[in-house]
Design a protein around this ligand. Structure first.
Ligand code: ACO
Length: 346
């Protein structure tokens, strides 16, 4: 017999059985391969706590009970904020906040167990949000929340000015934002950085794109004739984010791609004042945050829907029907003749 108690039976349990020889795991009577792929997590929690699977009505009540216990106490938030400021490891943050879960309540084993189960997902999710991601993502959302009468906002204002409804106006704005010349540029901007791959290739790849008459995504703007101020805000957010644990090589590559693109745009199009726009560092930041490229433009919309909504309310409050004029530049002297087709007078 060894001193580490290996093989010694210390208790009996109805919760789970590990059969190391046969490679079987039984959870409260159910084989893991039967239970795990099919059951809801709340069902399994109920099973372990009460020894049987819940009836449908019991599961509803249990799920509601957990939901009501998910909120962290204010002291928990304070601890998580302090831990995030100190860049504590997520497990350390969880250890700190777990101790506060039952703060201010009577000690009750069953209540405490439910509170712990309910609050752990909140604690872990909230901490991760508070740490690097939240600041970077909120900086991004704040940066793009509104931007004058851009194409999508204008589309929304035109629609709501007809006294249509706000949802219709916002739906129209989404359609306008989708286009690559407006909100659809970040994914191609990042593609270009990946295509370039190493700083030495920047000149060749960008030069070839300009030779082919392509536009460089993430550069140029209808209004800004200098660097888009949002590019600076996001470049700094990206720098902070990548310095706190992202792929530094990618961040430096993007900086070099930007510098080369700006130099070549100035050489090739000296009459234009083309500079970096918001999309270039948007792509880098959202990629660093773990967003797939397909979510870049939808995430833009998450920020911009605030501006669209506020513009709609402002338009409803203060505005009239938006009905601009057009200048007719077509012919005026055609005559319609069904037999002979269009003819000009002799
Ligand atoms: N790369 C290369 N050339 C460019 C670029 C660019 N990114 N942007 C403009 N040009 C050139 C055009 O080829 C055009 O030259 P040409 O007439 O000789 O062909 C000229 O500059 C047009 O310049 P502008 O009048 O300043 O551009 P416009 O106002 O028509 O377009 C736009 C602005 C759509 C943003 C344009 O710069 C572009 O296509 N950029 C790339 C897409 C992009 O990054 N879009 C995101 C914009 S930011 C936002 O909407 C949130």
């Amino acid at each position: 017999m060894t001193g580490d108690l290996e093989g010694v039976v210390a208790t009996s349990t109805r919760l789970s059985h590990v059969d190391g020889e046969a490679g079987r795991l039984t959870i409260a009577g159910y084989a893991v391969e039967d239970l795990a792929p099919h059951a809801r997590f709340e069902e399994v929690a109920y099973l372990l706590l009460y020894g049987r699977l819940p009836e449908p009505s019991e599961l509803v009540r249990f799920t509601q009970d957990l939901a009501a216990r998910r909120a962290l106490p204010p002291a928990g938030w304070e601890v998580l904020r302090a831990a995030a400021a100190a860049q504590a490891l997520p497990m350390d943050a969880l250890r700190m906040v777990a101790a506060l879960a039952s703060l201010g309540r009577q000690e009750d084993p069953a209540e405490d167990a439910l509170t712990a189960i309910a609050s752990f997902p909140t604690s872990v999710g909230a901490y991760w949000r508070l740490r690097s991601r939240a600041r970077a993502l909120e900086t991004y959302l704040n940066t793009v929340c509104d931007h004058g009468l851009n194409a999508s906002t204008f589309a929304a204002r035109v629609i709501i000015s007809t006294r249509s409804d706000v949802i219709s106006a916002i739906t129209g704005a989404v359609g306008a934002l989708k286009g690559p010349l407006h909100g659809g540029a970040p994914a191609p901007a990042l593609d270009m950085v990946f295509e370039i791959g190493t700083p030495e290739r920047a000149e060749t790849v960008i030069g070839a794109k300009l030779d082919r008459g392509e536009r460089l995504m993430g550069f140029g703007h209808r209004i800004y004739r200098v660097r888009d101020p949002r590019a600076d805000v996001l470049a700094q957010a990206a720098q902070r984010f990548y310095a706190s644990g992202g792929d530094q090589r990618l961040y430096h590559l993007a900086q070099q791609v930007e510098a080369t693109a700006l130099r070549l745009l100035r050489e090739r199009k000296p009459e234009r004042r083309l500079d970096t726009n918001v999309e270039f560092y948007t792509a880098l930041l959202l990629h660093g945050l773990g967003f797939p490229a397909a979510l870049f433009t939808p995430t833009f919309a998450v920020g911009r829907v605030v501006g669209w909504s506020a513009h709609c309310l402002e338009q409803l409050r203060d505005g009239r029907l938006i009905r601009p004029q057009s200048v007719y530049v077509g012919p005026t002297d055609l005559h319609y003749d069904r037999g002979a087709g269009p003819t000009r007078p002799q």
